[in-house]
Design a protein around this ligand. Structure first.
Ligand SMILES: [Fe+2]
Length: 279
């Protein structure tokens, strides 16, 4: 028979490990940033870009739930990498009443690329219910003033690499045909699209290559060996990492830097450090 003393000791141990796991999930992992290093092989990559460093930051979620100090420390780590290109893949903010002043204050410290700094918007940059286009326009102006070239279904060129930036799906602004109309598919190209579900929608016909996305935060919490229970995508395969797609396309989904609720378990936040290579 289990003695009362054994029962109490066991209960205390269970309670203590529960508290420790809770503290880890709340106070440790959300700020335990991983720099993920990967090659990014691109067809017809101009020689001048071979070996250059592209850093992707996704889902910063500047707002009331992500500590400013954590974001500023992350920016310092990225700046120390001396990236050639920095790409921000949406959800730069979480909407709140002070979002514009807050974004201005934090984005004054954004790390930038030696050659270019580009960015796209995510659903959270569109305010409540992802429906406030004026909010998105004002935030886009703030990002531009901070030195980010904001691409809204547009293409830019960096040393003859075409970079296509899609606007957000949930905000009903995703227009791939418009964004891709200007690309030359015989030349090097890279796309940014916040929501991974966009890759399953029509409109990508003349695009072959890598798409960098975010949005899922990797699910934020994941039991070992099982998929994350909460994932804001229709295609639940799209958790995080690399996926091969139709039409010689591939997507890389970042786990993101920030969070919505301050909890992460088994899904550390990520900054992705790509080395551009010739495919
Ligand atoms: Fe997000």
């Amino acid at each position: 028979m289990l003695s009362r003393r054994h029962f109490l000791t066991g209960s205390l141990a269970v309670a203590a490990s529960g508290i420790a796991a809770g503290l880890y999930t709340w106070q440790v992992e959300p700020h335990w940033l991983e720099l993920v290093e990967r090659p990014l092989p691109i067809q017809s990559l101009p020689e001048a870009l071979i070996g250059k460093r592209l850093v992707q930051l996704s889902d910063l979620h500047v707002g009331p739930r992500v500590a400013d100090e954590y974001l500023l420390a992350t920016f310092e780590r990225v700046a120390a990498l001396q990236p050639d290109i920095v790409a921000y893949t949406g959800d730069l903010t979480t909407y709140h009443t002070e979002v514009f002043a807050h974004a201005e204050r934090i984005y004054a410290h954004l790390p930038k690329g030696r050659l270019a700094t580009v960015g796209i918007l995510g659903n959270h940059d569109y305010g409540p219910r992802w429906s406030h286009r004026e909010t998105a326009a004002r935030l886009a102006d703030i990002f531009r003033a901070a030195g980010v070239q904001v691409l809204r279904n547009e293409v830019t060129e960096v040393a003859r690499l075409q970079i296509v930036g899609m606007d957000d799906l949930w905000a009903r602004q995703f227009r791939p045909a418009q964004a891709l109309a200007a690309i030359d598919s015989t030349r090097a190209v890279l796309a940014l699209s916040h929501n991974p579900d966009t890759v399953d929608l029509p409109g990508w016909d003349n695009f072959h290559g890598w798409i960098l996305g975010g949005h899922t935060h990797g699910g934020q919490c994941k039991p070992p060996f099982l998929p994350p229970p909460v994932l804001p995508v229709q295609n639940r395969l799209y958790t995080c990492g690399e996926f091969a797609l139709s039409g010689e396309r591939k997507i890389y989904i970042s786990r993101g830097v920030g969070h919505l609720l301050q909890v992460r378990f088994n899904v550390r936040p990520e900054v992705t450090v790509f080395e551009l290579q010739s495919a």
